[in-house]
Design a protein around this ligand. Structure first.
Ligand SMILES: Nc1ncnc2c1ncn2[C@@H]1O[C@H](COP(=O)(O)OP(=O)(O)O)[C@@H](O)[C@H]1O
Ligand SMILES: [Mg+2]
Length: 375
């Protein structure tokens, strides 16, 4: 273990995905709120080119104070995680620079990855941490990878008995070899349809196609983000979300009160990128959602079931459509949901009795408590 009594927490943020700046803003919130009397914080940023380096602990450096988006700079000194030289349980952080001897920055007890999207939320980073035998917050390799892929998450959800809407998957190979066949297959879905990159987030690359004539252009748009595309039949319903937190020890997952995202009638027909990040008035987030008590209970139970269906650890936000017929259709699971203090996930916990600081604490404790290796 470390020499200091406090666990050393490596807060990891930035990253190679298009959600780099969002990740920095999350880090600002976490660095501000994390209990420094309990944990020693080691801030490590991943630059857009993939370089890891030790960065400022000052939250204001990463917040959205000005119009300039925060970004992790490239540094003359990189850091890497290495197996501790004393063979102990903790891993060591090592700084390296050209023409200098590597120097140890001490042991790390747990990693808190605040990364969204590919190369952060999709199991790749998690695999790296598993290889290094280091504890980390959040879902493992499989749950992260399945939760990132809108196709495979539906396969798993459906086999676990959850309701998923009708969909078609268009792989790169099928699209390249038989485009008309793809269009014919997707064209049989009930319109409008939602055309999405299979592995993206923040509504990026998603379009709503009102008729088969709009399908081809929508698929090309999605393919700019991912060669694998999913086409889904549009579902009419309210968007209801639940925050899930792993239980302690052998306990069941804990669920928050459900929240609702209501896109205001007007410019946005659905919860697109602009409505999420640009046009603040476009969507109203509320918690608890105004639902009959039995529906609240049902959606919370379904969210916990979805969490377990993937073998998720740590945290996840599970999103549903609540249809006029009273059906709850699952839309997606996010294993690293938006996590700034004003994001839906922390807000739903705040309304359910857990503050942002307590939530961060709970996530770190869960990660420290869990075993490395197969579990
Ligand atoms: N099948 C669907 N029917 C109706 N609306 C949808 C459907 N799929 C997505 N949407 C709308 O698009 C938004 C973004 O889609 P989503 O699958 O959640 O992508 P992301 O992972 O980028 O958040 C949803 O919040 C919802 O407003
Ligand atoms: Mg979503």
């Amino acid at each position: 273990m470390t020499l200091s009594a406090k666990p050393r927490v490596l807060v990891l943020f930035g990253g190679r995905s298009s959600e780099h700046a969002v990740s920095c803003v999350t880090a600002a919130g976490v660095l501000e709120a994390i209990d420094r009397s309990k944990y020693e914080v080691v801030p490590v940023g991943i630059a857009k080119n993939g370089q890891w380096s030790l960065v400022s602990l000052d939250p204001s450096q990463w917040s959205l104070r000005s119009t300039v988006l925060p970004e992790v700079p490239v540094s003359p000194e990189s850091v890497v995680l290495a197996t501790a030289s004393d063979g102990g349980a903790a891993q060591e952080l090592v700084a390296t620079a050209t023409e200098r001897m590597p120097r140890s920055l001490g042991a790390v007890d747990v990693v808190l990855p605040l990364l969204h999207g590919p190369f952060g939320e999709d199991g790749t980073l998690q695999g790296m941490l598993e290889m290094a035998d280091i504890r980390y917050v959040g879902a493992g390799v499989l749950a992260s990878a399945v939760g990132m892929d809108k196709h495979y998450m539906k396969v798993v959800f459906a086999s676990a008995g959850l309701s998923v809407g009708p969909y078609e998957v268009l792989t790169d190979r099928e699209w390249s070899r038989n485009r008309s066949g793809c269009l014919e297959r997707a064209g049989k879905l009930e319109f409008p349809v939602f055309v999405k990159p299979a592995r993206a987030g923040s509504s990026m690359g998603i379009s709503r196609a009102a008729s088969p004539a709009e399908l081809e252009a929508a698929v090309e748009t999605a393919r700019q983000f991912d060669p694998k595309v999913i086409v889904e039949a549009g579902i009419t319903g309210r968007e209801i979300e639940v925050a899930v937190l792993q239980g302690r020890g052998l306990d069941e997952p804990r669920t928050s009160l459900p929240g609702e995202v209501a896109v205001q009638p007007g410019e946005h027909e659905w919860y697109d990128f602009e409505a999420k990040y640009v046009d603040g008035a476009a969507a109203e987030l509320s918690c608890p959602a105004d639902l009959p008590p039995d529906v609240t209970d049902r959606v919370r139970a379904l969210a916990a079931h979805a969490f377990d269906a993937l073998g998720t650890e740590g945290l996840a936000r599970v999103d549903f459509f609540y249809t006029p017929a009273g059906e709850l259709i699952i839309n997606e699971i996010n294993t690293m949901p938006g996590f700034t203090p004003i994001s839906m996930y922390p807000q739903m916990w705040a309304k359910s009795g857990l503050t942002y600081t307590e939530l961060i604490d709970e996530l770190i404790e869960l990660a420290l408590e869990r075993k490395t290796g197969l579990r």
